[in-house]
Design a protein around this ligand. Structure first.
Ligand code: SIN
Length: 284
């Protein structure tokens, strides 16, 4: 569907993702904002090039979508605690976001959207991959859709299966560029439906990001075969797009119907991004 008056929307892949032109994110009027919202709903992740925004302007744009979702485990920037600086230098052995996931899925009300702004990019590599979770759901058999209808899964914020069960403190030990904080009383384990209905589009999406550990009411061992199958199904190449960053690029993704994966393929180089997440609602 097109019919945009204020912006240009150019899909980057068959499954999801579009580059949006004609926008200065520091200066978005109401009509343009409405079209950006529609572009996000239709494309699930949208990309803007050549932006020059301050932390205040990034936060101001994010606040037009909702309150800022504070990361319970990762320390924000000294002057802007609501902004997370995602930084990887040649000294860092692991990147942030290097597993398929939906942001802050371990929260009772996970982040609705994420706005990531590239400040410094490697000469090659460091792309981000996205996958369409509407397609992941819609391509399941009717039988499996029925099985999943009543299932919920437990998501945990501090035990990464993809990193052999390590905690964030263990993973970030010795790192200078990103620091872990104590979540205090903030809830970081949550049960969510395995299939959720997007509150704005009304479409159903598979919801099995990397934070999911097991099905609610089942053991790890009982859950693993199906969960593992769903995780692999959810990232089929046909459901994906890939974004090549340039300095000044911005990606805005909808965590309610996508997962993403930050590639760690730029040894010896530095990548710096500014990330803000927007509060979402309770998945149903
Ligand atoms: C993230 O998972 O939020 C980070 C994505 C990236 O750095 O590309």
């Amino acid at each position: 569907m097109s019919g945009f008056q204020r912006i240009e929307v150019k899909p980057v892949a068959g499954a999801l993702g579009a580059e949006v032109g004609g926008v200065d994110l520091a200066n978005v009027d109401e009509e343009t904002f409405g079209e950006i919202r529609r572009a996000l709903h239709e494309n699930l992740v949208i990309f803007f090039r050549d932006q020059d925004i301050t932390p205040e302007q990034q936060l101001a744009f994010a606040r037009r979508w909702g309150d800022i979702h504070l990361h319970p485990f990762m320390k924000g920037m000294d002057d802007y605690p609501e902004l997370l600086e995602i930084k990887k230098t040649p000294a860092d052995t692991r990147n942030f976001g290097g597993a398929w996931h939906s942001d802050q899925m371990f929260s009772p009300q996970p982040a609705m959207g994420t706005i990531l702004y590239a400040k410094q990019v490697p000469s090659k590599g460091g792309d981000t991959l996205f996958t369409n979770q509407y397609l992941a759901y819609e391509t399941l058999s009717d039988g499996l859709k029925e099985t999943l209808a009543g299932l919920r899964a437990i998501s945990v914020g501090d035990r990464f299966k993809s990193a052999g069960g390590k905690t964030r403190k263990e993973m970030y030990a010795g790192r200078t560029s990103m620091q872990v904080k104590d979540p205090g009383n903030v809830q970081t384990t949550s049960s969510h439906p395995v299939v959720r209905t997007h509150p704005e589009t009304g479409r159903r999406a598979l919801y099995v990001g990397g934070h999911c550990q097991y099905f609610d009411g089942l053991t790890d061992a009982e859950s693993e075969p199906l969960l593992d199958w769903l995780r692999s199904h959810s990232i089929k190449p046909e459901f994906q797009c890939r974004f090549r960053w340039e300095e000044g690029s911005v990606a805005f993704w909808d965590n309610r119907c996508t997962q993403h994966y930050a590639l760690d393929d730029y040894p010896g180089e530095t990548r710096v991004m500014h990330r803000v997440t927007i509060c979402g609602d309770t998945p149903v």
